[in-house]
Ligand binder design. Structure first.
Ligand SMILES: [Zn+2]
Length: 311
């Protein structure tokens, strides 16, 4: 049995790679560019070459390595088949079989957000828990639902797509998915900006946000400084996300919600607003769920991809 495993977190511009020990220590991490030419057909070859190069440098043989874990941006089913990754130009692709054929090693693959959730459970903000929901507030809202230590993948790999939970009937603009009123439209970094711009338009109140750039960071900085208009924006953000998480809790009854992504860099102030509305809407038996911040940042993906091999 090998003692090491490789991890690859495939993004639209870079592929993050890692070499892990079986104790979960990162022995090396590096990045290569994502080559999206020819419908993304060189991506797995590039990962195979990077893995082989690292093995040569460290004089590792196949017997030393358990396999390669992969996180990919699209719905990945239990067999490691991705069903369309728009960002990479991929249609349906059997990641596990193809990368295994290139390397002769075991390959396990999952959706990038789900895999990142697994990483946070293993080594991050969800460490020590087995029933958790990881929410990533980035450009969009991603997430992973873990029940009894296992990712909820679903039949097509679209489990944990919490960004597209419906939270608003009165919405005119479309979400990236084509629907209207998705959680992502209010709780992502771009969603916070949308809420802020609407508020600035409809209110005549003075605010520091009326001068300078409006983004998730400046909004929550203003909240911390006591800006009344920014506080109203944070209340709206908290109500949408709190309501969404309360709905998830009715299905999953988690021990903890782990909040990550760029928006969460504002810190525990996020949790204050989300938890307030979570408690308002949630079913009583899930009321005491904990809220923590993710701790792994950009390493959550490779960490969770490695964990796929140690399952
Ligand atoms: Zn949507």
């Amino acid at each position: 049995m090998g003692k090491y495993c490789f991890a690859a977190d495939i993004g639209g511009t870079t592929i993050k790679l890692g070499l892990f020990s079986d104790a979960g220590d990162v022995l090396n991490k590096w990045e290569i560019p994502t080559n999206k030419e020819d419908g993304g057909s060189h991506i797995l070859e590039d990962i195979a070459a990077a893995v082989k190069g690292e093995m040569e440098t460290r004089k590792l043989t196949k017997d030393d390595v358990i396999g390669i874990g992969v996180g990919a941006p699209g719905p990945v089913d239990k067999d490691g088949v991705i069903h369309k990754a728009v960002n990479l130009g991929w249609g349906v692709l059997d990641i596990s079989r193809e990368l295994s054929a290139l390397t002769g090693m075991t390959v396990k693959a999952g959706n990038d957000a789900n895999v990142a959730a697994l990483g946070e459970m293993w080594k991050g903000g969800g460490e020590g828990f087995k029933d958790l929901v990881v929410v990533t507030l980035g450009t969009g809202v991603g997430g992973g639902v873990i029940i009894d230590g296992k990712i909820v993948t679903g039949c097509m790999g679209a489990g944990g797509e919490i960004g597209h939970i419906h939270v608003e009937d009165e919405e005119d603009e479309c979400c990236g998915c084509g629907n209207k009123g998705c959680l992502e439209q209010y709780a992502s970094a771009t969603g916070v900006v949308r809420l802020a711009n609407r508020k600035l338009k409809t209110s005549s109140a003075d605010s520091v946000l009326r001068s300078g750039e409006v983004n998730a960071k400046t909004v929550f900085d203003a909240v911390k400084a006591g800006d009344a208009l920014a506080v109203e924006i944070a209340e709206e953000f908290g109500e949408y996300l709190g309501k969404g998480l309360a709905n998830i809790a009715c299905v999953t009854n988690p021990e903890v919600f782990v909040i990550g992504g760029g928006v969460s860099k504002a810190g525990t102030v996020i949790i204050d607003y989300v938890q307030k509305y979570y408690k308002k809407y949630v079913f009583h038996a899930s009321r005491e769920a904990k809220f923590t911040l993710a701790t792994l940042g950009n390493d959550a993906g490779i960490c969770g991809a490695a964990k796929l091999l140690f399952e």
